[in-house]
Design a protein. Sequence first.
Lengths: 308, 303, 318
Amino acid sequence: MLAFDCSRRQFLGLAGGLAAFAGLGLAGCGGTTAPAGSTAADAALTGTVTYDGASSFQALVEAAAEQFMNDNPDVSITGSGNGSGTGLTAVADGTVNIGNSDVFAETKLEADQAATLVDHEVAVVGMGPVVSLNVTVDDLTLEQLAGIFSGQITNWSEVGGEDAEIHVLNRKAGSGTRATFEAAVFGADVPDFAGEAELDKSGDVQTQLGSTDNAISYLDFSHFDDTKFKAIKVGGVEPTSENVTDNSFPIWATEHMYCQEDADEVTKAFLEYMLSDDVQGSLVEEQGFIPVSQMTVVKDAEGNVTEK
Amino acid sequence: MAKQMPKRNLEKVGLSVTGACVALVTLVVVALIFMVAQRGLSTFFKDGVSIAEFFTSTRWNLAMTNEETGLPFTGALPLIVTSFAVTIFSTVIAVPIAIGAAIYVVEISPKFGQKYFQPLIELLVGIPSVVFGLIGFHVIVRAVRVIFNVELGLGILPGSIVLALMILPTITTLSIDALRAVPQSYREGSLALGYTRWQTIWHVVLKSATPSLMTAVILGMTRAFGETLAVRMVIGGVETMPTSLLDSASTITTTLTTSMAVYATGSVQNDALWTLGLLLMGMSLIFIMIIHLIGAKGAKARG
Amino acid sequence: MANATSVTTATSGAHAPEQEGRIRRSMRNDKLATGILAAIVAIVMLIVVAMVAYILFQGIGMLFQPGFLTEASRSNGTEGGIAYQLFDSFYLLILTLIISLPISLFGAVFLVEYAPDGPVTKIASTAIETLSSLPSIVVGMFGFLMFSVNFGWGYSLISGAIALTMFNIPILTRVITQALEDVPSSQRDACLAMGLTRWETTLHVLIPAAMPAIVTGVVLSAGRVFGEAAALLFTSGMSSPARLNFFSLNFASPTCAWNIFRPGESLAVHIYKIYGEGSPEAQHIVWGTAAVLMICVLLFNVLSRIAGKALARRMTAE
């Protein structure tokens, strides 16, 4: 009798627990849909926009968000830079509103997932190899870079430097900077080479490179810092924005901001703002990026570069 | 009636409210185990990754596709080896220190132990793991660079040192409890036979406390095996077979932290990561079982 | 090892001078062992003190920097202050305690007072033990899939609080169970003999009697929750809103600080996020944040002792 009693209570408890979960779930839905509903009233924008993705141009998005929130005090824009892969997955899953990426969504997501996303190209950024301050080499060809980042060239003396082992610092596999760099250096045939460390963010690369001798890595131009490490030429071409605009410096990426097709009002408004003159006219260049309008060439998802 | 419920009903309310809470917790745990197992196993049964390959292949690269199978490279052996390596090395470093300290404060200077040592060691328990990681990243990695004359200083060795620091308080406090539980009469008997204090400790106290000390060590290992962020900050994160203690490597937990959010729910890569989660969960269950076995054996030995 | 042989032979009764030598040797070993043990203890204490001092020394300067504790962070956390992270940490802690305290309290009451010896109790306590041994990253993964993805809450404080709850429940249940078991059974028997139900006994006698131990345990567990990061990475997220309005009572508003469906970032997660950033300012912020975190944890530690003692004194004075 007692045993039966207990099992029944156990069952009731179970049911209660489930009900509690369901209740919380409903409350959750109510919470997230409310802002979307209230924007229908037009006039002042209210709502929340979340983003995640590439750390390379997160500073740009954040600066733009700051301005946007000054104009629209009831909007909250927040997010972080955990890598392009994370951003794309998150926007496809719906855990964030905007996914920032250095690469086309098609290269990271399944085709049917990528098809539901809307692309906004907000800027272009060059990315170049960077080396420790003690390295004497200041120019590497794409072939030499390919040798170093596939583990075939292991000593600086092989590329005209001093006799010292090369320490390769890579980014994690989800990184758009890594994808861009490898696409430019290796094309489609990327080797399985991890290097000596795989770091999470562009900032981590800055730190490690600044405190390590004889190391090489890659960063986007906006993360260059002459006091900690030096950016080197690729095939004799200086890593500058001017050289990127006509593809004479071959390693660069278009910065994409993806949202879902049925994104809410606020998200769309913010993305429009990113493409407006307020951002494109001044902020993009202030932050070390290149406005898309200045480019004389375009790159497609396969990495083919064509004249505009 | 309106003022006060009949006693019997009141008792029922009590039983059902408290029972519901316990049931809720149990339900959540069962749901968690079920969900992790379901997602983790679908790597093998839905996506068709070979179990043997998962546990024996040394190539882990989720971003690349294996031409032969059309699946990403999911050889988890390097991660498993690294996880065990850091766990074992950190235990080897921490155990002598922890048990030595426990002996001192229980057997040699109990007053000092209770008044100064224990509060201090409890403080160490409270230090968040990211803070350990931060110290590891700035102090231990730098020290490793200088001492071993390497460039990066990231790898299994600094990881083990950081973990040793983290599990030190766990093992120490539990060992202190274990040694305190040894009946005073054992010590008195031994001393009366003319043994020195050290001989008493070594032959009597430690021997009779062995099962509890082993429990302490295994609980420490459980913590080391599952620790995530502090290790991530000093280990480098390269998912290849470690060849030396000073090479970058990646534990199961490290790979989970850096890759989990990158791949969409339901993709092969994501499932493979859940399999790693399942592995972690399985290991912690095994650790618990070992503790129970030790407990049962100890109870049996005492009669 | 040398010891072991000396003892076995010493007891087997050898010649007198030989035995004297052995005794001298074992005395020497005794001194040596004591010295080594003392050195170990000294080293451990030195490490703890050095760690705490190092963190405070590195970070304490930031606390007096104007704006560090009162401004929002900028540039992905590498500039500005940590005001919202500080708030989020405490808010997450409070949410976690609101959820986990009643569950653990009643759960513990069930296990101590009601639970019949049998499979039900065994399963429940095994479940709690399992939960306590799970790595926090696994709890975080589960929370991410269950709450952030399946329930559609995204990165939100409530997802984080539930993940922390799962982490906290075993700790709290163990502490409260212990506290209830320590109440003398004479009190329990007296109440039952007076005709009170178990429920009344528990509510009016046992829980108040166990209160000092419970409070100590709760505050100590709060310290653990406060510093947890791995379970939060994928549940409450790695960013805090850029602006929060603490006076807004519109709980659905994304800028309302009290909205439990907004993303949030705890101090510990903040450290993990920016520990690798190279700029000197970011490094100052990291150490400052670590110092704040340490001070909070120390406060919890001290507070738990004081609160426990004070309550116990009041109880016994009555």
